[in-house]
Design a protein around this ligand. Structure first.
Ligand code: FE
Length: 337
């Protein structure tokens, strides 16, 4: 009697040790949409047996992580834009992760020098130029956009939007604070209309004849081409990858970070290594017409068809450090006014 009871207890204990995968999980807080994340988390679970729970947030990630504190269930955060990644790091909500796999998969300019976040995909901030009204080679640099030859011909969204603040931060890095102020003033005096709308609205304005060149992210080309109404807008423009005179094309990133309170640290590291693998990056990039960054990875053929470019090699954390100055300059020149 006693013997058989003991052996069944032993058998139960052995069972739970033998099947740890069932209880294994990892929790993501994501600012990125389910359709981008689901194919990757499904593949990760299939490969590792680790269950992935995702909370999709549209705002308030920092406040939520702060109020949950040490008891936060979040292991990993997924977001886009260096300003958001930097804000989470600067709030003390992440922890550094050291991994040879992560370093091998993510080139140095696309990861935090202190290892608090790693990039996964990029988008380039480019010039959309009218096929009819802008000749090939008429605009090749960001500096060109401030030239008076563009007077009344440029459209853009608000200068205080994160996308343009990141670009202005890159301008500060390359031209200095005074150079960036001149650049913003030059662009402002070339605007066809006050900054308004999103990136796609600028391409629509080119299509409608309101302006000839616009500033926007590459992935919107793919989004417009996939939309019945917006296809015409996309077809009225060509993609130009401007560079800085002393640098490359400005890109921004989507990235991943491990939270400071991560309860499933080992699984979080496995997930991060999986997400940065060339294959996972290619799947993630394709879903939003972005560029994978792992050595040897390739963009989707449609994305590749817009042309190749050399990305600026300034570390994105350096750009995050110029954010406050970029906003200050944008307000000083009354860019949106
Ligand atoms: Fe966007």
């Amino acid at each position: 009697m006693t013997f058989s009871l003991k052996s069944s207890v032993f058998a139960a204990a052995a069972l739970s040790v033998a099947a740890p995968a069932i209880a294994q999980e990892v929790n993501i807080y994501s600012y990125r949409q389910p359709e981008l994340i689901a194919p990757l988390t499904d593949a990760f679970t299939a490969e590792t047996g680790i269950k992935v729970n995702v909370a999709y947030l549209s705002k308030g990630m920092i406040e939520r992580l702060q109020s949950e504190g040490d008891r936060s269930p979040a292991d990993v955060v997924l977001t886009v834009d260096i300003s958001r990644l930097a804000a989470i790091v600067n709030a003390g909500l992440t922890q550094p992760v050291s991994s040879d796999t992560l370093k091998a998969n993510v080139p140095a300019q696309y990861r935090d020098p202190d290892a608090n976040w790693y990039g996964l995909t990029t988008r380039a901030r480019i010039v959309y130029a009218s096929r009819d009204r802008v000749a090939d080679g008429e605009v090749t640099t960001y500096e060109d956009l401030a030239d008076p030859k563009w007077q009344g011909r440029i459209c853009t969204r608000s200068g205080t939007h994160a996308y343009n603040v990141a670009l202005t931060s890159a301008v500060i890095e390359h031209l200095g604070e005074d150079g960036a102020r001149d650049w913003l003033e030059g662009i402002k005096s070339n605007l066809a209309r006050k900054p308004q709308g999103n990136d796609r609205a600028q391409v629509k304005a080119i299509w409608a004849g309101e302006c000839d060149v616009a500033i926007g992210y590459t992935y919107y080309m793919g989004k417009m081409l996939s939309d019945e109404e917006q296809k015409e807008w996309a077809e009225s423009v060509k993609v130009v990858f401007p560079t800085f005179e002393n640098g490359g094309t400005h890109v921004n990133i989507s990235g991943v970070a491990m939270t400071k309170a991560a309860p499933n640290k080992e699984n979080a590291l496995k997930l991060m290594e999986f997400l940065t693998s060339p294959t996972a990056q290619e799947i993630y990039a394709k879903a939003n017409f972005e560029y994978p960054i792992a050595p040897g990875s390739q963009p989707d053929p449609l994305v590749a068809s817009w042309g190749s470019f050399t990305a600026d090699d300034v570390n994105l954390m350096t750009l995050a450090g110029h954010r406050a100055t970029a906003l200050k300059l944008t307000e000083e020149v009354d860019f949106d006014g």
